[in-house]
Design a protein around this ligand. Structure first.
Ligand code: HEM
Ligand SMILES: [Ca+2]
Ligand SMILES: [Ca+2]
Length: 303
């Protein structure tokens, strides 16, 4: 029931309204880019793309956003959706007609293109979910220590192929990571090999200086050390040099099954863009709710 023209009669200007609000936020802080993209991913992988990740906990319900895997979601992603929703609802015709799930989908498309990535048509018509429970997040999100089989099986559970997974991992071309997410790779990889041998030597020493032992846990570093503010294919070129930040990044180049796609995306940004757009469009179809099992929230944080 998703369509490119879902709001044509309901709120014909919705895409421009969202884009203007997102642009305004983008000019205030670049962080809106990675924060919004990751929020969309974490929404879609838990109960589908239904804005369940946006819901706030209540005294009777610990919501998804308070699960440990979601505590590092940056506030600027939530704020981007709140602002776009307010802009949509300021138009009388549109008030409470556009789902939070669709607003997050549009905002994600817009931040990607604002950061120099591809612009693509989005499919719309999602309803907002009626549940958000922290316990539902268990086992649904990939971990930075995952190997290729673990990555593939989690993405396959969401209808995504290995190629989709590799293209979507290219989102790590922007944004930040806290030191604890990869510390094991630079300090205690194995008892005799303290540093992960798949890490580039110079990069490993840079990571050690940015993330010394017992670093302040709030410290976050760029995931793409070369072009942290551009949504480009540098992520894949970094992998070729041993500069993938997580095991789950570097494994894409180390495993012979995924290496050819990394090489293709590294050598041709058009190929990366085309595969990324196809994959994020598929991601946007996961677990779509309808008027029977969903609704349209008036406040994205409250069911
Ligand atoms: C393939 C498996 C993946 C793993 C294991 C993974 C893991 C992580 C981890 C550990 C962080 C750092 C969080 C922090 O410390 O703050 C991160 C950040 C991020 N991830 Fe992923 N991720 C994966 C796939 C994806 C996908 C598919 C997307 C989107 C399409 C994505 C988008 C992002 C973005 C944009 C950030 C930066 C967030 C920010 O700066 O606020 N990731 N990811
Ligand atoms: Ca969800
Ligand atoms: Ca980049």
């Amino acid at each position: 029931q998703l369509s490119r023209h879902h709001y044509a009669k309901i709120c014909p200007n919705v895409e421009n309204i969202v884009r203007d609000a997102v642009k305004k936020k983008f000019h205030e802080t670049f962080v809106t880019v990675p924060a919004t993209i990751r929020l969309f991913f974490h929404d879609c992988f838990v109960r589908g793309c239904d804005a369940s990740v946006l819901v706030a906990s209540t005294p009777n319900n610990k919501a998804e956003k308070d699960h440990p895997d979601n505590l590092s979601l940056a506030g600027d992603g939530f704020d981007t959706v709140i602002r776009a929703k307010a802009a949509v609802d300021a138009v009388p015709l549109c008030r409470n007609k556009v789902s939070c799930a669709d607003i997050l989908t549009m905002a994600t498309r817009d931040v990607i293109s604002l950061a120099g990535g591809p612009y693509y048509e989005v499919e719309l018509g999602r309803y907002d979910g009626l549940k958000s429970r922290a316990s539902d997040v268990n086992g649904k999100l990939p971990q930075p220590g995952f190997n290729l089989n673990q990555l593939n099986s989690l993405f396959a559970a969401n209808g995504l192929t290995q190629t989709d997974m590799i293209a979507l991992s290219g989102a790590h071309t922007v944004g930040f990571s806290h030191c604890n997410k990869f510390n094991n790779r630079i300090y205690n990889f194995k008892s005799h090999t303290k540093v992960d041998p798949t890490l580039n030597d110079l990069y490993a020493s840079q990571l050690k200086s940015m993330c010394p032992r017992n670093v302040d846990p709030r410290i976050a570093i760029d995931m793409d050390p070369t072009t942290p503010r551009a949504f480009d294919n540098a992520y894949f070129k970094n992998l070729q040099k041993g500069m993938g930040l997580f095991t789950s990044d570097q494994v894409l180049f180390m495993d012979p099954r995924s290496k050819p796609a990394v090489e293709a995306f590294a050598s041709n940004s058009k190929t990366f863009h085309a595969n990324f757009v196809a994959a994020i469009t598929k991601l946007g179809r996961v677990g779509i709710k309808n008027a029977q099992n969903g609704n349209i929230r008036s406040d994205c944080s409250i069911i």
